[in-house]
Ligand binder design. Structure first.
Ligand code: NAP
Length: 247
C-alpha cells in the first residue's frame, strides 16, 4: 500500500474535476493537502470534503499564471505544514478551434495556464524540495501532447511542451532526489469532455481498445504511484492513461 503519511501534496486546479479526485486519493494515502484553484468556491468545497475525512487541508486561491500567487501558495504551504513533498501540476484549460480561426488570445491563454503555470509552480516548489533532498513532481499532460490533434493546436502544443518540461525538470533536479514524471490521460469523463459533441465523443470511444472512457480515478491511481516513495527510481517518463488509445 502506498504510504504518504506525514507528506504534503500541492495539487493545482484541484477545486474540481481530475485534480479534486487526485487530492482525495493522495489524502486517502495519508498526505496533507493543499488545494489550489482560481475557483474559490470549488476549492473550499473540496477542502470541506477532505476536512470531514479528518485530512489537514489548506486552500490557496490563485492563478498558476501569476508568479506572486504561486510564490504565496508555496509560502503558505511551508508556513502551515513546514514541508512540501509532492507537486501535481494539474491546472489546465482548453480553447479549441480550427487553427486558421484561433486567436492569439486563445493561444496565449492556454499556453500560459497549461505550460507557463507548470513552470512557475515547479520553480517555486523545488526550492523546499531541494533543501529536503526529496520531491515528487507529476505533470498532467495529455495524449494529444504526444500525438497532436486537429482543432487543438494550442492545447496539444502546451501538453507536448509539458512533456519536454517534465524531462528537463527530471534531469535538472535528479541529483537532489527529486523526480518528475508526466501522465498523458486520454478521454476522461469530466466537465472538460462533457462539452464535446456526441460525434466527437463517439469518435474517441471507437478508437479506445478498452472500449470505455477513462475516469478521474483511473488518472489518480497512476498519479498516486508516481507521487509515492515507491516510484523513486522512475523519472523523466510520460505514462499514457488512455485505455490503449496510443500504443
Ligand atoms: P476541469 O474539470 O476543467 O478542472 C481544471 C481545474 O483547473 C478547474 O477547477 C479550473 O478552474 C482550474 N483552473 C483553470 N485555470 C486555472 C489557473 N489559472 N490556476 C489555477 N487553477 C485553474 O478539467 P479536468 O478535466 O479535470 O482536467 C484536469 C487536467 O487534466 C488538465 O490539465 C487537463 O488538460 C488534463 N486532461 C484532461 C483530460 C480529460 O479528458 N478530461 C484528458 C487529458 C488531460 P475553473 O473551473 O474555474 O476554470
Amino acid at each position: 500500500m502506498l504510504d504518504l503519511t506525514g507528506q504534503v501534496a500541492v495539487i493545482t486546479g484541484s477545486g474540481g474535476g481530475i485534480g479534486a479526485v487526485i487530492a482525495r486519493r493522495l489524502a486517502c494515502q495519508g498526505a496533507q493537502i493543499v488545494i489550489n484553484d482560481v475557483n474559490a468556491d470549488g476549492a473550499e468545497r473540496v477542502a470541506a470534503d477532505l476536512r470531514e475525512l479528518g485530512v489537514q487541508t489548506l486552500v490557496s486561491v490563485g492563478s498558476v499564471t501569476r508568479a506572486d500567487d504561486v510564490d504565496a501558495m508555496v509560502k503558505s504551504t511551508m508556513d502551515t505544514f513546514g514541508r512540501l513533498d509532492i507537486l501535481v501540476n494539474n491546472a489546465g484549460i482548453t480553447r479549441d478551434g480550427p487553427m486558421i480561426r484561433m486567436t492569439e488570445e486563445q493561444w496565449d491563454l492556454v499556453l500560459d495556464i497549461n505550460l507557463k503555470g507548470a513552470f512557475l509552480c515547479t520553480r517555486a516548489a523545488v526550492r523546499p524540495m531541494m533543501k529536503a533532498e526529496y520531491g515528487r513532481i507529476v505533470n498532467i499532460s495529455s495524449v494529444v501532447g504526444v500525438g497532436g490533434n486537429k482543432f487543438q493546436a494550442n492545447y496539444s502544443a502546451s501538453k507536448g511542451g509539458l512533456i519536454a518540461l517534465t524531462k528537463s525538470t527530471a534531469q535538472e533536479f535528479a541529483s537532489r532526489n527529486i523526480t518528475c514524471n508526466a501522465v498523458a490521460p486520454g478521454f476522461i469523463e469530466t466537465a472538460m469532455t462533457h462539452v464535446l459533441s456526441e460525434e466527437v465523443r463517439a469518435g474517441w470511444l471507437s478508437r479506445i481498445p478498452l472500449a470505455r472512457p477513462g475516469t478521474a480515478e483511473d488518472v489518480a491511481n497512476v498519479v498516486a504511484f508516481l507521487a509515492s516513495p515507491e516510484a523513486g527510481y522512475v523519472t523523466g517518463q510520460c505514462l499514457n492513461i488512455d485505455g490503449g488509445l496510443i500504443m
